[in-house]
Structures are given as structure tokens and as C-alpha cells.
Design a protein around this ligand. Sequence first.
Ligand code: NAD
Length: 542
Amino acid sequence: MASGFYQVPKAVNEPVKSYLPNSPERIELLETYKKMYNEQIDIPFYIGGKEIRTGNTVSIRPPHDHQHTVGQYHRAEKKHVTEAIENALAAREAWAKTSWEHRAAIFLKAAELLAGPYRARMNAATMIAQSKNVFQAEIDAACELIDFFKFNVEFMTEIYSNQPESAPGIWNRMEYRPLEGFVYAITPFNFTSICANLPAAPAMMGNVCIWKPSNTQVYSAKVIVDLFKEAGVPDGVINVVYGDAKMISDTVLSHREFSGIHFTGSTNVFQSLWKQIGENIHNYKSYPRIVGETGGKDFIWAHASANPQQIATAIVRGAFEYQGQKCSAASRAYIPKSIWNEVKETMLNQLKTIKIGSPEDTSNFINAVIHENSFDKIARYIDAAKEDDEATIIAGGGYDKSKGYFIEPTVIVTTDPKYTTMCTELFGPVITIYVYEDATWKESLTLVDETSEYALTGAIFSGDRYVIDYATDALENAAGNFYINDKPTGAVVGQQPFGGARGSGTNDKAGSVWNLLRWCSNRTIKETFVPATDYKYPFLEQ
Ligand code: NAD
């Protein structure tokens, strides 16, 4: 067999297209959107490369037009989940033995396909069924996913090239084996890129997977499945099942060969899965890897030395892009009294210009929230804020679900820094602001640190380097992704590895060496060239 120490193409971030009026990318995307919007697609699930249809279907409806359907997907039963596991395990040997350059080539090909022929379709699917505007779809479904594929290939080779020292007469080697068994990927609705990366990252390292997408992301999941297939992911390596999350998880987590979970979603669900894994621990062949990125209550903290316009813009973008449905979205802010009026005025002026509606109209900055449950939950918190003495709504507060699940970008100002919307993740376009006395800025940092169970993202704004230094230290454990004079959203693969601690997850940093390391189980090999032939050491001589 011919061999070589191959170098992979240097990963660079995918440029974000502008989608200016009349640009070719805008024309192509909107045409694709229109076409897909007016079609009915029938989406099967996939086991061992086969399409399975059960007839037990669910309609797919755009959140911004919930009476319209764009198709349906089929739900799996327990026997299908068992079959998916069997198919994954049957595919394992050939895949685990496939040399790394071929695994790399498949995902590099996926990146190229997505950058070209799949781009408009992936973005349009994300706009239609997850209600993202053009820009939000582009930075997620196209750019971030291309970056995940390309950078992970580079990180994989970094891992493989990390080798131990060898003393004279021996050769030490490190093998990065895939986990023994299969990996379970459970993905959220809000990022198409995360959904594809959760099964793709373990698969790239030689693992086989069961992937359970969110019920509200099945539409773009179908495009991901087509992309994987065309890129050459072999049958059985990534098996996809939709349906009852609890039934699927119960079946998967009770299997002896379950070897790892790659989860992104809410904290409660992750904690219940962790508990279930603990309860089954005596059944497993190996100790499963548990990787989870979960909720957040992400903050913006400002000092009196900060620029009010920059803070206001960070709030508007950081809290309201994609309707606040980013795990990193700012949902609580702490602003000093001396600059509050200027921050408020700039923010309110910016908010007045924001339009809400369907992503097909590219002048809409805000689209719909994902589903009715989410809409109702956020509306309840807004209604409560309208009644509560310690809260005042200074912008937004309106909502309407007659056509789509639309909620106005809402700003609550509270006199109680522990007010419920300062602590609870709402996952919607709502930010709560606490205005503090300038002189208490150090105490306000303690509040930031101690107010929520989460530690995902956070941003500080200041023009004073001593203050920046102090706040960076005071908030050391308050965020896994910490921003200085920038909004707390928009992490880029290869630039700001992403993940939080405390209640926000295991902080394994998606799209990084640290994440990929979780999907291999190392074997150390020591080879001695001329082994000893007598047991006696020199010290035994008298
Ligand atoms: P969710 O927890 O409702 O769902 C996530 C996945 O878990 C879905 O596939 C869902 O079907 C599945 N699930 C739900 N109940 C389950 C159960 N009992 N057993 C097994 N699986 C179950 O989350 P969501 O609404 O899709 O996404 C929003 C959440 O995800 C927010 O809390 C957000 O902060 C978090 N999130 C975190 C990150 C991060 O990197 N930290 C990124 C994106 C989203």
C-alpha cells in the first residue's frame, strides 16, 4: 500500500457573502426559497443508507407562516432505532479501518459542495423552517458549517501528529482509535451548522453515529443528509432517526455498545440524559464520553468609561439577531447610571427602524420564533413584566401569532438585579437591563457572576484598561466565551472556539482539537527493538 505524511489544505474561514440587491447570490437564494416554499417534500429517515417511511408523519410548517406546509417527515418506531444501531455497528469495522486521508477527503468534499452547489438550498431550508433571515442563514448554515468541516480536518491531523518521545532502542507511538461502539448525536433547532457537526465530528474521527435531529430542524437536516451522501459518507456511518425523543434516547442509552453522546440543547434535557447514562453505567462496555453544550443567560456589562453607542449596538445585535434564539444571545445587561440615558436613546432609535416578518422579505431583521410553545412561554414572561412593579418595558412588548410566531424585540428595565428575566433563559427576543450606580461597578461584577446558573458567553465594555483587567479577572468563571468591547454572539470556528461551563455544558469547545479528542480512545504502543534476555539488573551484582 502506498503511504505518505499528507498535508491537508490550510483551513481558512469561508467568506460571508453580502446578498446585496441584484447580487447573483441573492437572486439564486430567493429563487431557491420560492421554489422550495411552494413544493411539498416527503422526508424519510435513514438507516444504513436506506430511506425509511413509516406513514406516521408530521407536517413541516414555517414558523413565520404556520398555516402553510412545505412537506412532512416520517417518525421512527423503537424497532427502527434498534435497526439503526445494528446498522451503525455493522458499518463500524470498515469505517474505523478507513485511513484518515479518505475520511478527511469526504468532509473536505462536503465543504466544497456546500460552498458551491448546496449553498442556496441549505440556506433556503434554514430560512424556511427555522425562520432565519438571509444573513443569519448564511453565517450559520453555509459559512460555519463549511468552517467546521475544514478546520476539523486540520485539527484531526494535529491530533494524529501529536506523538510521544522515544528513548534509545524503543519506539513509542500513539494511536487515536475511534470509540468502541457508536456515538449518539442529539441536536437542537437553532443552528444548522451545529446539527451537522454533532454527528460529523465523531464520524470524521472514525466513529459511527446515530443522529437524532430536533423535530423543528428536520427540513434542513434532509439537506445535510443529501450533502453527506454526495460527499461520500458511507452507508451506516451516520444513521438518522426522527420522532419521540424520549423513546429514541431510552433505546439508545440502554444499548451496551453506546460509547458517547454529543449533545447540544437545553440544560434540563442534558442533565436528564446524564442521569440516565449514570443509571445504565453497569450495562456499557466502556465509560461513555459525555459532551454537551447547553443553555445560557449571557450578559453585557458596561463601565462608565465605555462608548454608549457601541453598547447600544451590541445590545441590539447581541440580544435580537435570530430573535434571541442563539445560545450566546445577550439576555441581561448591566449599565451604569451616568451613561444609561445615552445608551437607552441610541438603542430605542435603532429599534424603531427594525422590521419584523418573513425571511423572504430581506428588509426584515427579525423573523418568527421557532414554535407555539416557545411563543407562549416568552409571551407569558412579557405579560408578567407588564404587571410587575420592579419591571418596566421600554421597547417592544407586543406579540402576534395569527400568521407566524412574531414577537417584538423587547427591552425590560428592572430595579431588581435578580428579577426573574435576569436569571431565566427565555430563548427569545427579550433583554432585561439593570441600571447600577457608577460607584458600585465592582459590586455589579459580583452580581453578574452570581446571578445565573449558566456560564456560556458574556461581554464587557470599557475604555479603561485597569477596569478591563479587573472585570476579566472578576468574571473568570462567568463565561466560557468572553468578549471585550464586542457583542457576546457570533463566534467563528478556528477563531473563538465555543463552549461554556457551569450549567452551560462540558465546555469541550465545538470545532476544536479539544472536542475531537473526546471522540478517540488512545492506544499507546511501545515497541522494543532488542528485548532483554536476562532478568538481572546491574544493581544486583555484588
Ligand atoms: P431542546 O433541549 O428542547 O432540544 C434539543 C434536542 O434534545 C432536540 O433534538 C430534542 O428533540 C431533544 N430532546 C428533548 N427532550 C428530550 C429527552 N427527554 N430525551 C432526549 N432528547 C430530548 O433544545 P432546543 O430548543 O432545540 O435548543 C435550544 C436550547 O439549546 C437552548 O437552551 C440553548 O441555549 C441551547 N443551545 C446551546 C448551544 C451551546 O453551544 N451551548 C448551542 C445551541 C443551542
